[in-house]
Design a protein around this ligand. Structure first.
Ligand code: PRP
Ligand code: URA
Length: 208
């Protein structure tokens, strides 16, 4: 079974309160989503392999560590875009793929409209990012696309999840680790996470 890691950190919790608040404006919301994502990067990458290289300091030659493998960040559009910069700032060598999905408001099923991965997807650590893990349908469809493209080490990184979405990933893809800033109570009858933060894409991009 993959790991389920709920980030437990005062700075993340403080920023979570900002993005849950319905009175937070678009700019502040976007900044806090990015900052939470950047803070999460530290924990998500804790077990990445490193290798030794030689480096010359101003004083002498020495051996020092660099990341052994490539990292690819794959946001699920649209809302996943809000997490990219924060993580990319911490892993500037990462390549970026994109998965375009939208959730049908009636059926809650994901519909695919775009997909583009860098060739490094095979053999890389893939960070699949989407702030909201609700039914899990969007993440499951994305993991299937990534696996079809050859990805093996896939980690899902979300901001708010719920038990229903976590179970969906664990049942279908027990090899995928799940990282969340918060695990909320439940899904409501419209497929929204409660207490949650509302429609993340709309709040990031000011579309409502
Ligand atoms: C939202 C969210 C996730 C998805 C989660 O996206 O960003 O991608 O719903 O729901 P699920 O776990 O039930 O699949 P939405 O489809 O609203 O698209 P958007 O990001 O373009 O707003
Ligand atoms: N997508 C969102 O943006 N918010 C939710 O609560 C569920 C799905």
């Amino acid at each position: 079974m993959g790991k389920l890691i709920i980030l437990n950190h005062p700075l993340i919790d403080h920023k979570m309160t900002k993005i849950r608040d319905k009175n937070t404006d678009t700019k502040t919301f976007r900044e806090n989503v990015n900052e939470i994502s950047g803070l999460m990067a530290y924990e998500i990458t804790r077990d990445l392999e490193t290798r030794m290289v030689e480096v010359e300091t101003p004083l002498m030659k020495t051996k020092s560590k660099v990341l052994a493998n490539e990292v690819v960040i794959v946001p699920i559009l649209r809302a996943g875009l809000g997490m990219v910069d924060g993580i990319h700032m911490m892993i500037p060598t990462a390549k970026i793929g994109h998965i375009g999905l939208y959730r049908d408001e009636e059926t809650l099923k994901p519909h695919s409209y775009y997909e583009k991965f860098p060739k490094e997807i095979v053999g890389s650590t893939v960070l699949l990012v989407d702030p909201m893990l609700a039914t899990g349908g969007s993440v499951l469809a994305s993991i299937e696309s990534l696996k079809k493209a050859g990805a093996k080490d896939i980690r899902f990184v979300g901001i708010v999840g719920c038990p229903e979405g976590v179970k969906a990933i664990e049942d279908a893809h027990p090899d995928v680790d799940i990282y969340l800033a918060a695990l909320d109570e439940k899904l409501n009858s419209k497929g929204y996470i409660e207490p949650g933060l509302g429609d993340c894409g709309d709040r990031l991009f000011g579309t409502k």
